[in-house]
Design a binder for this molecule. Structure first.
Ligand code: WTA
Length: 646
């Protein structure tokens, strides 16, 4: 695939789109030349209790701080629910499609209002106050969205922990933000398999003495252990409180949520997002990137445990009064037509998924797609990792039958919303390119010394100025925030991604340039997996790198040095994989483990990951300079016993 293949905006699409080519350019220019005026105007897209007079107060150097609309007050849940009631009380807010095709629910805005108010009252009854942290460890059911919005209603800060994380990972996240309450379900259900959520919570709470309350949604009816006085059934609590709960007045810069994400070092950090700017940005990008119009049915397949679920299942769509579909299941259950069956069943117009899902379905051939109609589809989206041109073309030609533009949306947990993406009525697309920046976003490409690279080039992707959806801090550790994002290239936000910019100014994200790997669109810190491995009694040392993987984008490759006297055996290899699954969660399972008597180190003892990455990628012909190694012979041994020979 070359850069020359370009897909023009379909004319029929452009004529009805919110933004066309001319208005994109005009608005983008305005957003950059006068951000105050631009965002001052755009901020009015949501309802404020006390209107802001200040728009932007941000600095990426010195005393790093990011504040938007900071003297305004609002309530996020009122923006996502109450303000729609006059016109949309009976409109479906959430379509829920269960794991089994036989299960579905339609929740109107009026019903959403009643449930969120009740749940907010349940939280209050259990002592939750403004600013308190609430951990949500729940499956993909509407109650999870109710929980997030109930927190927003009373100004509590939610921390959603992905249901695939282990009890240990859950414990770390509960402790880090000191939640006193956890919302969960008896069990989750995915692909016909049960996920023991309540049992995991019980396990985690053995080390979380501060948690006094657990509210449990009955999802499967499976048996769960019960601790009287601590555990409460959701349905019993909900029926015992009033459906009336006026929204609290919340400052624009008061926190809305914490979401833990992996970085290159240490434990996952609590990315903190606040209320006003986040909602303006999530709702605006949802409207323009997905060209959302009233009456559209919109489906984002992400899990609410990730930022994509926060911004583009819950907050963005609901702020826009949309109908948002929430899917409990997986793409190949009961069979690999499932996505497209759901599209037909609910007449989905806009469909947003991850490249890893597309690649997996592509492997099943066109049959499962062609068995369905998909005529309702108007727009397709991609997120989470670079989409390879082959998968892009299959998505475009087979799923969308050449009719639907694709928006390849680049962004991060830290950015709160989409930063680089086509606007489908304005920007011609190229397979594999996220194309151009959204309004107000100033991407810059720098070399390793931080020099700006102009024109067509390749380097490190930074953002030169703030946008309203940007994270504000690392919860409880502002210094780590400054260090992680603003110190590599002082004065700029460093994304951790590499990118190429072509002659048309289009951005092509090439993947992480730090020690973060992206496995099936899930972010993993190599340091986290390493520390899980070395916690095993037989492991002396471990180094983890990513390697190219056909389905997952990147696979996890672990080099493991055993303690003296331990034998490298197949059973031990399996045991280590299980060990990591248990320590972190299934998404962190190593794909390949190489037992390594020694790791390549510099004379000062630093592991040379560059070499490990090459060997893992089966590119050992091009190892580069190994002369600085303390013991160059370890490399020969590693190459001989490499595990990836593809
Ligand atoms: C990667 C997910 C290429 C990137 C929203 C980023 C992408 C990381 C794309 C953030 C894309 C996300 N093209 N790469 N369209 N979208 N990424 O925090 O490496 O889970 O830094 O946020 O995913 O992952 P996160």
């Amino acid at each position: 695939m070359t850069d020359t293949s370009i897909f023009p905006v379909p004319e029929a699409f452009a004529s009805d789109a919110w933004v066309d080519a001319a208005s994109y350019q005009r608005l983008y220019d305005q957003s950059i030349s006068d951000p105050e005026a631009f965002w001052g105007e755009q901020g009015k897209r949501i309802d404020w209790i006390r209107p802001y007079t200040q728009v932007k107060d941000c600095s990426f150097s010195g005393d790093v701080h990011i504040r938007w609309f900071h003297d305004g007050t609002l309530n996020v849940s009122a923006n996502c629910i109450d303000r729609h009631l006059a016109t949309r009380a009976d409109q479906t807010a959430i379509i829920w499609e269960g794991d089994s095709p036989a299960e579905q629910r339609h929740i109107s805005y009026a019903e959403l209002h009643a449930s969120v108010c009740r749940l907010a009252n349940v939280l209050k009854k259990h002592g939750v106050q403004k600013g308190d942290r609430v951990t949500i460890y729940m499956p993909m059911i509407p109650e999870t969205a109710f929980a997030m919005l109930a927190c927003a209603r009373i100004g509590a800060i939610h921390s959603v922990v992905f249901g695939g994380f282990s009890p240990d990972s859950l414990k770390d996240r509960i402790q880090d933000c000191d939640s006193r309450i956890v919302l969960t379900a008896d069990e989750g259900l995915r692909g016909g398999r049960k996920v023991p959520l309540k049992a995991n919570v019980d396990q985690a709470l053995k080390s979380c003495p501060n948690v006094g309350t657990v509210v449990v949604v009955r999802r499967t009816g499976g048996q769960v252990a019960w601790e009287d006085g601590r555990d409460f059934w959701y349905h019993e609590e909900m029926s015992a409180v009033s459906p009336d709960c006026p929204p609290e007045e919340i400052g624009a810069e008061d926190p809305l949520f914490i979401l833990y994400t992996s970085g290159s070092t240490g434990k996952p950090k609590g990315v903190l997002h606040t209320s006003g700017g986040y909602l303006v940005y999530a709702s605006m990008t949802h409207q323009y990137v997905f060209d959302y119009h009233d009456g559209d049915v919109y489906w984002c397949t992400a899990d609410v445990g990730w930022v994509t679920g926060h911004s583009y299942i819950v907050y963005g769509p609901l702020a826009n009064g949309a109908t948002t579909l929430m899917f409990e299941g997986i793409p190949n259950y009961p069979d690999s037509s499932r996505f497209w069956q759901v599209v037909d069943k609910h007449q989905v117009n806009i469909f947003y998924t991850a490249p890893t899902a597309i690649r997996a379905l592509m492997r099943e051939g066109e049959g499962p797609v062609k068995r369905t109609s998909r005529t309702s589809l108007r727009l397709l989206g991609s997120v989470g990792e670079p989409i390879n041109p082959e998968a892009w073309l299959w998505y475009h030609n087979v799923v969308g039958e050449g009719r639907c533009p694709i928006v390849d949306t680049w962004w991060q947990t830290e950015t709160g919303g989409i930063l680089i993406s086509p606007l489908p009525g304005a920007i011609p697309t190229k397979p594999g390119s996220a194309t151009l920046p959204f309004f107000g976003v100033r991407p810059v490409v720098v070399d390793n010394e931080g020099h700006h690279l102009e024109g067509a080039t390749e380097g490190n992707l930074c953002i030169a100025d703030s946008w309203p959806g940007q994270m504000r801090t690392v919860f409880g550790d502002h210094e780590r925030f400054v260090q992680t994002y603003f110190s590599t290239f002082p004065g700029k936000y460093f994304t951790g991604d590499g990118c190429r910019r072509d002659d048309d100014g289009y951005y092509w994200i090439t993947g992480r340039v730090d020690d973060v790997i992206n496995v099936s669109g899930h972010r993993m810190g190599t340091a986290e997996i390493e520390s899980a491995l070395v916690a095993h009694p037989k492991v002396a040392e471990a180094a983890v790198v990513g390697y190219p993987h056909d389905l997952k984008g990147q696979g996890i490759y672990a080099y493991v040095t055993l303690v003296d006297g331990e034998e490298p055996t197949e059973p031990l290899r399996k045991e280590l994989v299980q060990w990591v699954r248990k320590e972190i969660g299934p998404i962190a399972s190593p794909d390949l483990i190489q037992f390594a008597p020694g790791l390549p180190k510099t004379r000062s003892g630093k592991i040379m990951r560059r070499i490990l990455r090459k060997i893992a990628a089966n590119e050992h012909e091009a190892l580069g300079d190994t002369s600085t190694l303390a013991d160059p012979t370890v490399v020969t041994e590693l190459v001989e016993n490499r595990q990836n020979r593809a």
